[in-house]
Write a protein that binds this ligand. Structure first.
Ligand code: PAF
Length: 281
């Protein structure tokens, strides 16, 4: 695997790939990789001739400076995992490479209601920052396909909207969430959990599965109350939101129509670590 730290370096390497008209799969990440990321790399590898991965902890998508500062960083371990997963090219830029003119441009990205619901209510500006960095990365890498996990379901919707707005010629592939054996959705943030909170955190997916498994037998409002109570049963976790939304618009709903697909999405705090998860219901 080749590691490119500058845009110029990356272009040099991509030039040969493009000259041969090879298909490029792209997996953007913020590092602290886990098997969820590796599953994206493997899928990209299976569907393309070359795979480019980026690791960049993007400051403009953090609305809380403390969250940015404590975000896990372990580049050496990441390099090894990517090497083992057979990634071809790693883009590992500094902030100056990504934002040579400064990083203040995120307000140019407007995703309308999609950025205001769910996560957007609690993380103002977060999706503008995601849009800003993903647009920059797409323009630098020029991939044929880009791979994102469904764990960040709203982010996936935002990126599809970004591609539609900017007419990027990249196909967006959403990939299923990978879970630990006890159901916890894999996330780089899980590394920050204490042992006690790690155990508590399994309640989040259990509560979402409870809603999914009982959707035909109870009212949605009862299920949401029950699921919230399950997560908060010992008072160690705190639910920030738990909503059922239309899978297309992400607008919260109060009733389910049999023929439609919905997502149940939640965010909860385990101490000061914020975890999110979602399941299709
Ligand atoms: O999902 C992530 O890791 C990040 O939000 C992304 C898409 C790499 C943008 O920084």
């Amino acid at each position: 695997m080749i590691i490119a730290k500058t845009v110029t370096d990356l272009y040099q390497n991509l030039k040969h790939i493009r000259a041969q008209k090879l298909k490029i799969g792209f997996v953007p990440t913020m590092g602290a990789l886990h098997q969820g990321h590796i599953s994206l790399v493997k899928r990209a590898k299976a569907e393309n001739d070359r795979v480019v991965v980026s690791i960049f902890v993007n400051p403009t998508q953090f609305n809380n400076p403390e969250d940015l500062q404590k975000y896990p960083r372990m580049p050496e371990k990441d390099f090894e995992m990517l090497q083992n997963a057979d990634a071809d090219l790693l883009f590992f830029p500094t902030e100056k490479e990504i934002y040579p003119e400064g990083s203040s441009g995120k307000n140019g990205f407007d995703f309308g209601n999609l950025e205001k619901v769910l996560e957007g209510k609690f993380r103002p500006g977060h999706f503008k920052g995601v849009g800003q960095v993903v647009a920059r990365l797409f323009e630098i890498v020029g991939a044929d396909r880009a791979y994102f996990g469904e764990k960040d379901f709203q982010q996936l919707a935002i990126i599809r909207e970004l591609v539609r707005m900017k007419k990027y010629q990249v196909e967006i592939i959403g990939c299923p969430t990978l879970r630990e054996p006890d159901g916890l959705a894999m996330s780089s943030r899980n590394l920050l959990l204490t042992r006690e909170m790690r155990e508590e955190a399994t309640k989040i997916s259990k509560a979402l599965f409870h809603i999914r498994d009982n959707r035909n037998s109870k009212s949605l409002s009862d299920l949401i109350s029950e699921a919230t109570a399950m997560i908060e049963s010992t008072g160690k976790l705190r639910v920030e939101y738990l909503e059922v939304a239309d899978e297309q618009t992400l607008e919260p709903v109060n009733d389910l129509i049999k023929s439609k697909n919905y997502r149940c999405l939640a965010a909860a705090f385990a101490g000061n670590i914020r975890l999110i998860d979602n399941v299709q219901i």
